[in-house]
Design a protein around this ligand. Sequence first.
Ligand SMILES: Nc1ncnc2c1ncn2[C@@H]1O[C@H](COP(=O)(O)OS(=O)(=O)O)[C@@H](OP(=O)(O)O)[C@H]1O
Length: 277
Amino acid sequence: MGIQAPAQDILPPAKSSDPTQINIFGSIVRIVPLTGGIQHAFNESDGSPKYRFLRQQGVQPSRHLPDTLIIGVKKSGTRALLEFIRLHPDVRAAGCEVHFFDRHYAKGLHWYRNHMPATIEGQVTMEKTPSYFITKEVPQRVHHMNPGTKLMVVVRDPVTRAISDYTQAASKKPGMKKFEELVFLNGSYDPAYELGRVQDFLGLKRVVTEKYFYFNSTKGFPCLLKSEARSSPHCLGKTKGRNHPYIDPLAIDRLRDFYRPFNIKFYQMTGIHFGWL
Ligand SMILES: Nc1ncnc2c1ncn2[C@@H]1O[C@H](COP(=O)(O)OS(=O)(=O)O)[C@@H](OP(=O)(O)O)[C@H]1O
């Protein structure tokens, strides 16, 4: 099994003697196996009891290119979706944002695969990088890797999303201009219900159910009762659920007017009325 990668973007000059490279209509194409093989097998650093046990049983996990990507949208709850779906025993995910299709594409698919967790047969490999949604080269690159890749997009009221994005940027850069100055220059949800739909989409048995979640009223979000990493109740880190600054209501109204036609178009495209005002 092989996949084709665009030669000009990621490959060094072709060596005609290299059997893994072929010439198609003048383009040099490198054939990369979808799975990691023995040399990329299980990393000792991933020493969870489950994987130790599997190794003892002779099951050899290996790295695979992802089957599923969470491609955005930034500040919409992409981390929450990833952390919640990876509670499923048949889902393995890269912990950090890999940024392969936007920043590191030139490093090639071998590099990408080495950033994936080791999996055993039947497990879904996943990563999330929200900037894929806004990088114009990404759709074509993902299609080149595997046209069957499943894509997931988390959406949020664009006004609150914009304020969240601003809050994050301001937390990293003291003295940043006010939101109202920058922006015009140029809800609650049920995680078990949503995760049920995500598991269906991924073709997985519904394992992640309401018993994994509780609502933390101080944070104002659903949090985890336990996960593979921690057996006690915990929320996502303190960079999620920051307090947003006060924004002039007139600025909010103007933003809502700006987004309204795009929201209506989006509702028509998806067939879902999200109810953003
Ligand atoms: N369960 C739970 N716990 C914590 N946070 C939650 C949760 N569900 C959704 N959210 C919202 O996720 C927002 C951050 O979105 P992302 O994870 O997509 O951010 S990022 O793009 O990866 O930086 C974050 O935005 P802020 O409220 O602005 O911090 C939260 O509103």
